[in-house]
Design a protein around this ligand. Structure first.
Ligand code: SAM
Length: 333
């Protein structure tokens, strides 16, 4: 059992790890990766399953109880289900979550259900096959939608992640809200961030969380603000009488840092204590240099006690003022 509580230097509890299991992806989403010229990490640069398991056992002993597996596309990694099973069995890990684009996920859904996956975040920016192709540069809408329906059929808790992109998918916002009429799903609209491997696409962001909420409200004047769960990054809403809910995530405006309970480990095995920092500790290197669990715990505690207070401070602290340009696929979105 996990009896530890972990706090950072701003008295925020830390209990949630997001682990990127690979930087590879079978889509090329416009907002995440350049179309060509991506240099994937050599396999030996990725954490092995054994290293991931060691990392999570160690972190669970410190107070981490929730893990999200992400990437890259998790199911592009060979034997992904084996990893999920191993992590679900770790003492102290209460919830295992997954973020996926759904293309390879379908056949694993019965097993995900049987091992008690806590929720699946499905990335889906549009309900239109042609726009899906334009945004992701792959014609895979049908598989993603089939996965959505299968997840619903198996009663798995689903959140849809939709990045709101100027001139790309604004016409999808209302149809996606309409999904919540019949499906018990949470559709989350996310501000686009500059993590696309190139840097910002915009001089300033048009589709801020405020504008997204205004836009939805103009179509659904009775939209209700509902209670946000603790440490949630989303502002939650519901159309009265609808089954599902809506979330709006100020990922670029960064309004939620005050209650941030999460840390990340990138596909390279580097710890990030904020999405906007550029990596604070190379855990993979420590593992491979032969550091003991206690030595690693000590440096982790040091990193947790030096956390920036918010994403703006983290951005300022980046080495040599380097701008945010890396791809979300290496960070683990
Ligand atoms: N391949 C998986 C998927 O598609 O869900 C997991 C990785 S993907 C990087 C995780 C999430 O990051 C996706 O929901 C995606 O929408 C989000 N994301 C990626 N780049 C982003 C960006 N530039 N701004 C906002 N969200 C982004």
């Amino acid at each position: 059992m996990n009896s530890h509580q972990l706090f950072d230097n701003h008295h925020r509890p830390i209990n949630y790890l997001r682990l990127a299991v690979t930087d590879r992806c079978n889509l090329r989403c416009f907002y995440c990766m350049p179309e060509e010229g991506i240099k994937y990490l050599p396999k030996k640069e990725l954490l092995t399953f054994e290293e991931m398991e060691r990392l999570i056992v160690l972190m669970a002993s410190m107070g981490i109880s929730k893990v999200r597996l992400t990437g890259g596309e998790p199911f592009v990694r060979t034997d992904m289900m084996q990893l999920i099973r191993r992590i679900a069995d770790i003492d102290g890990i209460k919830d295992v979550h997954l973020t996926t684009n759904g293309i390879l996920t379908g056949p694993h859904i019965p097993e995900l259900k049987s091992i008690g996956i806590a929720s699946v975040n499905l990335s889906l920016d549009t309900l239109d096959r042609e726009r899906f192709k334009a945004i992701t540069r792959r014609d895979e809408f049908v598989k993603t939608w089939e996965t959505f329906e299968l997840l619903m059929k198996h009663g798995i808790r689903v959140k849809i992640n939709t990045v709101v992109m100027d001139a790309k998918n604004i016409e999808d916002i209302i149809p996606l809200v309409e999904l919540t009429k019949v499906y018990p799903v949470s559709v989350r609209f996310i501000e686009e961030m500059p993590f696309n491997g190139e840097g910002s696409h915009y001089a300033s962001l048009t589709w801020t969380y405020k504008k997204i909420v205004e836009y939805i409200t103009s179509h659904f004047p009775t939209l209700q603000k509902i209670q946000d769960p603790m440490s949630s990054t989303a502002y939650h809403y519901q159309v009265p009488g609808y089954t599902g809910t809506i979330g709006v995530i100020a990922a670029f405006s960064r309004t939620f840092c005050g209650t941030c309970n999460r840390i990340r480990v990138t596909a390279q095995g580097v710890l990030k204590t904020c999405l906007y920092d550029d990596g604070v500790l190379n855990i993979k290197q420590l593992f491979r240099d032969g550091s003991s669990d206690q030595e690693i715990r000590d440096v982790l505690l040091h990193a947790f006690s030096s956390r920036p207070k918010d994403g703006f401070e983290a951005e300022e602290r980046r080495k040599n003022g380097a701008p945010v340009i890396e791809s979300m696929s290496t960070i683990g979105g």
